[in-house]
Design a binder for this molecule. Structure first.
Ligand code: KIV
Ligand code: NA
Length: 260
């Protein structure tokens, strides 16, 4: 899927199935199974490098994995995460995006944060860098938050997340990820903005779903509530990816039990 096709999928109300990927082998099979878009997430720090959070991941790390994913998926959309603080200033963000799109071959970069990041997002989009926003739970702030928790349960927090999304859209994002929020807020976000909203732990009413590949293949020790083991359903790696795509398209994933 290209950026325009993603937008069209939202208009057509066809849910978008997105997965993280870190290498060519798995990404190729996932693309063949119908996965629409790929995220080279800084979750690679945890699931590939074995670190306790995502903070030590570097721009070079993400570019290294993005280049492999790019080779595996052909023309499919590849989004690469901007690592912790690589988006702290306009200059650093432009440099990082250059590496992720240049050697990494990414089509789009994703950065965490709301209205406070609008200036950085605007500088990127003005320079021709397609940007995906990321609101709700922000894993890069885990050491400040003190843990991974559902965000936007209080009305004031939900309103702030909605305003953040709108500020990012005004700054030019093409796609938005929302992580770990109540289902009602996931739905409200998808209704409030015209860019596709991809949820993880955000209920079934967003415009699409994204999961960490290792989580949905049952490799994670204590998976969060919003994870389903699709390998158990699908019977093989290819089958797991196909089952994920099918469940997302039919809005049979996530269920209420897999949501907040
Ligand atoms: O790094 C990652 O895998 C992500 C997803 C959880 C959205 O940012
Ligand atoms: Na990430």
């Amino acid at each position: 899927m290209t950026r325009t096709r993603l937008r069209q999928a939202k208009t057509d109300r066809q849910p978008i199935a997105m997965l993280t990927a870190y290498d060519a082998g798995f990404a190729r099979v996932a693309a063949a199974a119908g996965v629409d878009a790929f995220l080279v997430g800084d979750s690679l720090g945890m699931v590939v490098q074995g670190q306790r959070d995502t903070l030590a991941v570097t721009v070079e790390d993400v570019a290294y994995h993005a280049a492999m994913v790019r080779r595996g998926v052909g023309e499919a959309l590849v989004v690469a995460d901007m690592p912790f603080l690589s988006d702290a200033t306009v200059e650093r963000a432009l440099d990082a995006a250059g590496v992720l799109m240049g050697e990494g071959g990414a089509d789009m970069v994703k950065l965490e944060g709301g209205a406070e990041k609008a200036g950085i997002v605007r500088a990127l989009t003005d320079s021709g860098v397609p940007v995906c926003g990321h609101v709700g739970l922000l894993p890069q702030r885990v050491r400040k938050l003190g843990g991974y928790r559902v965000q936007g349960r209080e009305a004031a927090d939900a309103r702030r997340i909605l305003e953040d999304a709108q500020a990012l859209v005004a700054a030019g994002i093409d796609l938005l990820v929302v992580e770990c929020v109540p289902s009602e807020l996931g739905r409200a976000l998808a209704e409030a903005v015209d860019v596709p909203v991809i949820g993880i732990g955000a209920g079934a009413d967003t415009d699409g779903q994204v999961l960490v590949m290792h989580d949905m293949l049952g490799l994670t020790e204590k998976p969060p509530r919003f994870v389903r083991d699709f390998l158990a359903d699908g019977g093989s790696i290819h089958g797991a990816f196909a089952a994920f795509v099918e469940a997302v398209r039919a809005r049979r994933f996530p269920t209420a039990e897999e949501s907040f």
